[in-house]
Design a protein around this ligand. Structure first.
Ligand SMILES: [Zn+2]
Length: 127
């Protein structure tokens, strides 16, 4: 099956803290299609800037608490999920087709801006 490849399978990307003191973990969400960029507790984070606990893994990330993006129009949909061990559990109140399903995060999701240049990390912030 070729599962033991040497290259790392990063399913998310860490954007280290800049002058704002915020580390962001970013990936393209398979459910809503938006870029999720929660503020995580990384090495460069200001203590009060991070709101999500993160296990530090880019291969099998786990975040807590859940992520919730509200619909704001413009094609966005409500997206509510738990990220655990590199998989996303979409809750039933999601507004997209993956509501109620759990899907693995994929390596291609780790470079969300390879798709297009629509959003900066601050744009679709999870709240
Ligand atoms: Zn989403």
């Amino acid at each position: 099956m070729g599962l033991s490849q040497a290259s790392p399978r990063h399913v998310a990307t860490l954007i280290p803290a800049g002058s704002d003191g915020i580390d962001r973990l970013v990936w393209r969400c398979a459910g809503c299609g938006q870029v999720h960029a929660p503020h995580v507790k990384g090495a460069g984070s200001a203590p009060l800037a991070a709101r999500w606990e993160w296990n530090g893994s880019l291969e099998t990330p786990t975040l807590a608490p859940s992520l919730l993006l509200h619909a704001h129009g413009g094609g966005q949909v409500r997206c509510h999920s738990f990220v655990r061990d590199g998989a996303v559990q979409f809750l039933h109140d999601c507004g997209h087709a993956l509501a109620g399903k759990t899907v693995a995060m994929l390596p291609e999701d780790a470079d969300p801006w390879a798709y297009d240049d629509e959003e900066a990390p601050d744009g679709p912030n999870a709240r």
